[in-house]
Every structure is written in structure tokens, then in C-alpha cells.
Design a protein around this ligand. Structure first.
Ligand SMILES: N[C@@H](CCC(=O)N[C@@H](CSS)C(=O)NCC(=O)O)C(=O)O
Length: 291
């Protein structure tokens, strides 16, 4: 699944989901202002938060989880204060609440680009901590959520609109690509609904069809890089610059380790991160989850 943001300044956000269920893409035609803090992941230095002012009424911040190397994205309408959070992580729910409160924002939706296999979503805990907010995921994921979206659906916050696009198999604009397209890589296709041929088609049809200067923001990076562009990935992605047949062979032979948290993450993520939680998470959030 993909989501485009179409606002009054012709912005777009696309949420795409290649490998598993649904990923994200956001496109804006504005200039960026970046303020980066630092933390570490896999011995590389990465920016912990990135603040991008796109326009007077659009707010964007990139957030990072050191454990799963997951990026979350906070988007808001500056005037109405309505906000959406893409791919929140349960371990960092309190950080996200503090940030949203501190900025005076009202969380409308926490959106999962897909049912993650490497961490538990923060959307269940966030809807308890920030009353009135709702969780969102694709219908195709078959996971519990307040709102299920399908290709062509629109998600609104203030005057901004997110258009959902389906990208099965694992956008100066911006796009949130989930795990479909990673920086110089892509989502694995060896479990869940993974399908290498479908992923290849999703990337070419839904992401490489965007303008070359679109900035792409993935759900993860394991090398300390924050973002990329359509042009860079078309030229330098070692998997996606190959033919479809070569790509399928590459994906068959990745031999990646099973994600460390998958057996805990998938049962919890099927139910919005509200139930089937590991005991330490139940203990941490028992008052808000009424356990
Ligand atoms: N070691 C990590 C899992 C790493 C991994 O499998 N990442 C996924 C996305 S999260 S399910 C992936 O698609 N990787 C593609 C790649 O080429 O690395 C852990 O134990 O969590």
C-alpha cells in the first residue's frame, strides 16, 4: 500500500508497502530546513531527529529507534495542530507523547505502513495515551485497527490529504517507502506476503515513476543514512538496477537472519500492539492498557 499527501500546495504523500503489506511515500514541493541530533546504530552515526519545515502550515519530523533501526515520521498541520504519526514503535511511545504534547499537536492517526516483523507498533499504546487518536493500517494486512485503508482512500489532517496506494510484494517531493525500497536496498521477500517479482513491479510502477528529485524516506536504515532520492536509487541501488530475473535470484539468496523480535512482534502487531504483548511491555503499560 502507498499513500500520497495532496495538500493545497500540491504536496503528496505516498505510503507504499512492498515486502509485507503497505509502504508510504510523501511528496512536497518546498525547500527543507534540517536540524540534526546524533545517535548510533550499527556503529554508524545517524541523525536522531530531523526537522524539516516544508511550508508555513506543514510540519515534518523524522524520528529514529536505535534498537530496530526504524524511522517514524511525525506530520502535522501547523494551524489546526492535527497530526499523524507514521510507523510508531511501542518502546518509544512515551517519547512520542512527550514530543506531541510539547509541540501542542493533537494526534489524529497513528498509521502503520505494514504489519512490522521486527518491532511492536506503538499505535495501540498511543491511542490509550492520546485519547481521540486512532490507529490505521491497510485492510490487506488483516490486522486490528480503528481504520482500515485501501488503494485510493484518502487520510486527512488539517487541509493535507494522504492518498493510499497499494504496493504489494515488501516522493522536490518526498515519499515514505516503508520497507518496499530501502536506501541502496529493499525489503526482504522471504516471509509474510513476500514476493520478489511483485516487489520489483511495485518499486518500478509506484516509486521509480515519481520525479527523479523526489526524496525518499524508508522505514529502516542499517548504515546510518537518513534518506535518498528516486534518481540515486535508479542509478545506484544494487538490487533494483538489475533485470527482474536477476533481482529474483538476488532476493532468493540474501540469507538474512530471522528478525530477532519477529515472534513477539507479529502476534502483537496483528492486534494493533494492544494485546499479546511481552510481559515487560504489559508491566510497563498496564495502567493505560487496563490489563
Ligand atoms: N536484524 C534485524 C532485521 C533486519 C531485517 O530483516 N530487516 C527487514 C526489514 S524489518 S522486517 C528487511 O527487509 N531487510 C532487508 C535487508 O536487505 O536487510 C532484526 O533482527 O530485527
Amino acid at each position: 500500500m502507498s499513500i500520497f499527501l495532496v495538500g493545497k500546495y500540491c504536496r503528496q504523500i505516498i505510503i507504499h508497502n512492498p515486502q509485507i503489506k503497505n509502504p508510504l511515500v510523501l511528496s512536497l514541493a518546498q525547500s527543507f530546513h534540517l536540524c540534526a541530533g546524533r545517535s548510533s546504530c550499527n556503529k554508524s552515526t545517524v541523525s536522531m531527529t530531523q526537522h524539516i519545515s516544508m511550508s508555513e502550515d506543514f510540519f515534518f519530523k523524522q524520528l529514529f529507534d536505535r534498537v530496530s533501526c526504524t524511522y517514524s515520521y511525525l506530520l502535522a498541520d501547523v494551524k489546526s495542530k492535527e497530526a499523524v504519526l507514521i510507523d510508531p514503535v511501542i518502546d518509544l511511545a512515551e517519547r512520542d507523547v512527550r514530543l506531541i504534547d510539547n509541540l501542542g499537536l493533537k494526534l489524529k492517526y497513528s498509521i502503520n505502513t505494514h504489519m512490522h516483523a521486527d518491532h511492536i507498533t506503538g499505535s495501540g499504546v498511543l491511542k490509550k495515551l492520546l485519547l481521540g487518536s486512532q490507529s490505521v493500517i491497510s485492510k490487506a494486512s488483516q490486522a486490528l485497527a480503528d481504520k482500515h485503508v485501501e488503494h485510493g482512500d484518502i487520510i486527512e489532517f488539517g487541509p493535507h490529504k494522504l492518498e493510499v496506494r497499494s504496493t504489494p510484494g515488501h516522493t522536490n517531493g518526498m515519499a515514505f517507502t516503508g520497507d518496499t525500497l530501502l536506501i541502496r536496498g529493499c525489503g526482504r521477500t522471504d516471509f509474510q506476503e513476500g514476493d520478489a517479482e511483485m516487489l520489483y513491479k511495485s518499486v518500478y510502477d509506484q516509486i521509480f515513476s515519481l520525479p527523479d528529485n523526489f526524496r525518499l524516506f524508508p522505514a529502516h536504515d542499517y548504515n546510518g543514512i537518513l534518506d535518498t532520492t528516486v534518481s540515486e536509487e535508479k542509478r545506484f541501488n544494487p538490487r533494483l538496477t538489475k533485470s527482474k530475473e536477476e533481482f529474483v535470484e538476488i532476493m532468493k539468496n540474501l540469507n538474512l537472519a530471522y528478525p530477532a523480535q519477529i515472534d513477539k512482534a507479529l502476534p502483537a502487531n496483528k492486534v494493533c500492539g494492544l494485546y499479546n504483548l511481552p510481559s515487560e511491555m504489559e508491566e510497563k503499560f498496564k495502567s493505560v492498557l487496563n490489563i
